[in-house]
Design a protein around this ligand. Structure first.
Ligand code: BGC
Length: 327
């Protein structure tokens, strides 16, 4: 039977992840390769090649695909599939959907990377069977996807879900890349955790991160988490700082949106409960009691498959209108 599989792509600043899945989300095959730099045509070329390789590996032909979905780390016009800007790749005003359809000859759908990760987790991951989810990714930045009634909430212009740019520390907060002070991203992202680790060393606080910096020349978020796990008081304090702001932000969002679950993904979430516990404590402190009692905060389970699977779900949604949702 034709048109029965979906292709999904997760375009990141450093790598492209692509896969093919069945209509019930079973992974047929997947690949990952470095993101070509320079003109956006180079990326489209890579998409085309990767898709050919995947189709060959799965012994499928393009007519077996119902379409292709793509998640991009950008603000974009979801309806038209036009990307306004991808800062990390130097793209500006790219008509991505039109370009993909021309090149691949398949119906194509485009959304923000954190939105597709949220859809992936709803479809096949930690949010399976939930219709109301808040998903955040804690990585270089803080990404957010709001799932309401089994689909992404885009807002008026497609800009909804920019959780990382909630102003959480209006006084004394650091300046964010977005140009505003005190964003959640500047206090709680992997970049922020590494920054606070380095700051502690520079201030000559007593911490084993001093040794790490000497050995590696750099401090990462993982180093801070590892040090905290082994009892380093300064690192534990940094994770409490992060837990305070994430817990506070998620409590406020949950009082407004009343999700079933909050799914926390991104590289940092791999630290599991050790990272999640301070978030949960502050969530319970600030959310309405009924909200905190009925909202689970759980780690994402799909790792780096969430983005491309969620992008494939965009095809699923468009080929089976009226049957969307994580059920
Ligand atoms: C951007 C989001 C993106 C997130 C993670 C944030 O700084 O504003 O659009 O999803 O980083 O990549």
């Amino acid at each position: 039977m034709d048109n029965q599989y979906y292709a999904g792509i997760d375009l990141g600043g450093t790598s492209i992840k692509m896969g093919i899945c069945s209509p019930d989300g079973q992974i047929i095959c997947e690949r990952e390769q470095a993101t070509p730099q320079g003109h956006y045509e180079n990326v489209l070329e890579a998409f085309q090649q990767m898709l050919h390789q995947l189709l060959a590996e799965a012994e499928l032909s393009p007519k077996d695909l119902a379409g292709v979905g793509v998640g991009v780390p950008a603000l974009l016009d979801v309806e038209q599939g036009n990307v306004y800007e991808i800062v990390n790749l130097g793209w500006k005003n790219v008509p991505l959907k039109a370009e993909l359809e021309k090149r691949l000859g398949l119906p194509s759908y485009v959304d923000n990377d954190a939105n597709t990760a949220a859809l992936g987790e709803m479809w096949q991951g930690a949010g399976k069977c939930s219709r109301h989810l808040i998903c955040i990714t804690v990585g270089t930045g803080i990404g957010g996807g709001l799932i309401i009634n089994g689909d992404i909430y885009h807002g008026a212009l497609g800009l909804a879900g920019e959780i990382g740019h909630m102003t959480i520390r209006p006084e004394g907060g650091l300046l964010c890349n977005c140009g505003k002070p005190g964003c959640l991203e500047t206090e709680t992202s992997a970049t922020a955790i590494a920054y606070y680790g380095r700051k502690a060393v520079d201030e000559q606080q007593e911490t084993r991160l001093t040794q790490t910096l000497k050995q590696q020349g750099v401090i990462t978020a993982k180093d801070v988490i590892d040090a905290a796990r082994s009892g380093d008081v300064v690192s534990v304090k940094i994770l409490h700082h992060v837990g305070y702001y994430l817990g506070l932000a998620l409590a406020q969002m949950s009082n407004v949106l009343n999700p079933e679950k909050i799914v926390i993904g991104g590289g940092v979430s791999k630290a599991g409960d050790f990272f999640l516990e301070p978030i949960r404590e502050n969530f319970i402190k600030y959310a309405l009691n009924k909200v905190s009692e009925t909202t689970d905060i759980v780690p994402a389970t799909l790792g780096n498959k969430a983005g491309w699977l969620g992008a494939a779900w965009l095809v699923h949604r468009n080929s089976r209108p009226g049957q969307n949702g994580g059920k």
